[in-house]
Design a protein around this ligand. Structure first.
Ligand code: URP
Ligand code: ZN
Ligand code: ZN
Length: 459
């Protein structure tokens, strides 16, 4: 089947130009002006932006964390993603049984996602302990299309510095990327205990027990370890505060290379006052929401190119159920919030339409950079001949109010309830097929394919 997207404002990280896009079968065949439309389905896009399909490289579909399971599986979660303009995800595998190898979780995640996901998907590995077998296995993971691995510096399956260093070194040799959840575990545990024992158990103490400097200390430490490993590629997930960004800028100023930084929609647009609301448990996530000043610095960092990626850390638990475990004690509340469906619209509205970032930076940080860093570019993340026919049409002249009843995720709330959004996603296409139109899902269960990603060296 051939489709022509006609007269749209086509956006790349460096340009905006009017033109037509011809998609033949699953890939973009040609971009030009006044393309021959005979025999093709024609979609008019005059006055609208045409951007590459969104790429969200930080989701947790079907995550089993402690006793709770995230409520979006790979079907619901990817339907939500598709309706929100995200057509590829790279999901973070959850921890497996103690002592399990990396392929244990890879097998488990193929089982969770294959034949369910409606959009294309990849996985990040998770290093929950380190020994020679695990270090050797990283190569096999790459061969199996998983050239990235995540390390947690907090939670029960965290790694210590020596273990983190070994992973960084091995991943550098292999041309892969190591992603880090950066928080100083000892500091956080000390604060949590102190608040709990003194009866300060409300959700606001979740935020207070995970201060900016506990994150920034861990960011600075891991950047030093990456430098020690010969400027090993290091990717900081969900960076949330100004002190962490300063640590990144300091390291770069000293000449350190291969540092990639991700922030998330919520750290740009929501603040810690939410924890004082009666539904404050909805925002219990790690790192927590920060201050207005932190948001401002993150927007500046995004505009300046200091932050490479905006992702979501989509990890939804129902407010009416799982989140209530924290009603009397914030430490019992499962960590995480939904966002995969809201990312593109909220950042377009709050970023592009409010002139905080250009439309080019929007595309670069929500589509192109995540695909590049994680080895699926130029198949994903760019509109050019040969790339997958993944695109999103946004009408900047439409407005709406973001409410939970518009959402497709299985979760019972949106963290952005009531936000006025400027710009509306009209149409979403994956590999030449419409998967969402006018906020209605039109794709198919199981139509998503595993993205066999390449290492940085092969990309
Ligand atoms: O609170 C969060 N972020 N939950 C998901 C797991 C993680 O730390 O990324
Ligand atoms: Zn994390
Ligand atoms: Zn996460």
């Amino acid at each position: 089947m051939k489709t022509i997207i006609r007269q749209g404002r086509i956006v790349s990280p460096s340009e905006v130009y009017e033109g037509d896009i011809l998609i033949d079968g699953e890939t973009i065949a040609c971009i030009g002006r006044n393309l021959e439309t005979e025999g093709a389905q024609v979609i008019e896009a005059k006055g609208k932006y045409v951007i590459p399909g969104g790429v969200d490289v930080h989701t947790h579909m079907d995550l089993l964390a402690g006793g709770s399971r995230a409520v979006d599986d790979f079907y619901n979660g990817t339907v939500a993603a598709a309706c929100g303009g995200t057509i590829s995800i790279v999901d973070h595998m959850g921890f497996g049984p103690e002592g399990c190898d990396l392929h244990h979780q890879l097998k488990e995640y193929h089982h969770l996602a294959d034949n369910k996901a409606v959009i294309d998907y990849g996985f990040h590995g998770v290093a929950q302990h380190v020994n020679q077998d695990i270090l050797d296995e990283l190569e096999g993971m790459m061969e199996d299309g998983v050239p990235s691995v995540k390390v947690y510096l907090t939670y029960d399956r965290r790694l210590n510095d020596a273990e983190a260093l070994q992973v960084l070194k091995r991943m550098k040799e292999l041309g892969g990327v190591t992603a880090f959840h950066c928080e100083n575990h000892e500091v956080v545990e000390y604060c949590r205990k102190a608040y709990r024992e003194s009866g300060r158990t409300g959700p606001e103490y979740h935020a207070k027990s995970r201060p900016n400097l506990a994150e920034a200390e861990a960011v600075a430490r891991i950047l030093n370890l990456a430098r020690l490993a010969g400027d090993a590629p290091v990717y900081i997930v969900h960076l949330s505060c100004r002190e962490s960004l300063e640590a990144v800028l300091d390291a770069r100023k000293k000449g350190q290379k291969n540092i990639f930084v991700e922030t998330c929609t919520q750290y740009l647009t929501l603040t810690e006052e939410r924890y004082l609301d009666k539904d404050g448990l909805k925002y219990v996530m790690s790192p927590p929401l920060r201050t207005e000043e932190d948001c401002r610095r993150l927007w500046e960092g995004l505009a300046a190119g200091d932050i490479q990626v905006v992702a979501t850390d989509h990890c939804p638990f129902n407010y009416g159920k799982e989140k209530q475990l924290g009603r009397d004690d914030f430490t019992k509340c499962p960590n995480g919030a939904p966002g995969v469906e809201e990312r593109m619209s909220v950042i377009f509205s709050e970023g592009v339409m409010k002139n905080r970032i250009s439309i080019n930076r929007f595309v670069e940080t929500l589509c192109t950079n995540p695909a590049r860093i994680y080895g699926c570019y130029p198949q994903k993340g760019i509109l050019q001949p040969g790339a997958d026919g993944d695109l999103v049409i946004i009408d900047p002249n439409k407005e709406y109010v973001l409410t939970h009843d518009r959402m497709h995720s299985a979760v019972d709330y949106t963290a952005y309830e009531g936000m006025k959004v400027k710009g509306q996603i009209d149409l979403v296409m994956q590999r030449g097929r419409i998967v969402a139109e006018g906020n209605v899902f039109k794709g198919q269960r199981g139509a998503g394919r595993f993205i066999h990603r390449q290492s940085l060296d092969n990309a």
